[in-house]
Write a protein that binds this ligand. Structure first.
Ligand SMILES: [Zn+2]
Length: 261
């Protein structure tokens, strides 16, 4: 399977002093078409951020208005069409990860059951601001998966996904949101692990000692639904990074973790 790393949206949060990206994987599978891991910001989000993402989010994160950064546009440049994307696997359903869903109305969307419940079935006051129902209002074919399944390198409750190759796995890493997961893609060249928002700064998992800018640390503390679970899962990623250097681990928003094209 061939993997392309895309940056689908850039944000310049007030006071951070450096940009954040939306790291998306485009996976070419042998028999199941194209698979996206996370959808990043979509065309509508990047055209009219205030309308789709809300005024507060737009003011604080200051996304660059560039619809060409949406995955749908970038894959055209790679010679594909949006209809070639048959599956989208989401680490979670926050607006900066699910915005691109609207650009792929025919794709099946795979997500953890707890996340699906928090965002779609039973949204509560904690959902406000982070989940945007308009992003799945076109009638998404959701496939959701509860905590049960196999193990992968010490992580439990790992799931294979309906209609997808067994090399693509959902790995629960709850904490940032209710049903946050990592997504693993095993390739001949080694495994890649998209950690979503399980951490925000490369040095948090790959640094010795672990470090994170104050603002990003504060942001994670404000947005997480289970701080303890988030920190435990970050620690597990640090162990994996140390003990399995052949696994490429990256998060959604650190631009340093995007391979240079
Ligand atoms: Zn995010």
């Amino acid at each position: 399977m061939r993997i392309h790393h895309l940056s689908c949206g850039t944000m310049h949060p007030v006071g951070l002093g450096r940009p954040l990206v939306c790291h998306v994987l485009l996976v070419e599978t042998p028999r199941d078409g194209l698979v996206l891991v996370d959808a990043g910001l979509g065309t509508l989000d990047l055209e009219q951020p205030e309308l789709r993402l809300g005024r507060l989010f737009t003011r604080v994160t200051r996304p660059v208005r560039d619809p060409h950064a949406a995955a749908a546009h970038q894959l055209r440049a790679l010679g594909f069409a949006p209809r070639d994307v048959r599956h989208i696997v989401l680490t979670h359903m926050d607006l900066d990860h699910a915005g691109g869903l609207s650009d792929f109305p025919r794709a099946a969307v795979h997500v953890h059951t707890r996340e699906y419940a928090a965002a779609v079935r039973h949204p509560d006051w904690r959902s406000r601001g982070r989940y945007v129902p308009a992003m799945w209002a076109h009638g998404v074919d959701f496939h959701h998966y509860a905590d049960a399944g196999d193990a992968w390198r010490g992580f439990e409750a790992v799931r294979q996904l309906d209609g997808l190759p067994p090399e693509i796995l959902l790995v629960p890493l709850h904490g940032h949101s209710r049903g946050h997961t990592a997504v693993v893609v095993e390739t001949a060249g080694g495994a890649v692990l998209h950690a979503g928002d399980a951490y925000f700064d490369h040095s948090e998992v790959h640094g010795d000692p672990s470090r994170c800018p104050l603002l990003l640390r504060a942001f994670q503390g404000v947005t997480n639904v289970d701080r303890r679970a988030r920190l435990v899962n970050q620690a597990r990623l640090r162990v994996l990074a140390r003990e399995a250097p052949e696994v490429t681990i990256f998060s959604a928003h650190d631009p340093h973790e995007l391979p240079a094209v």
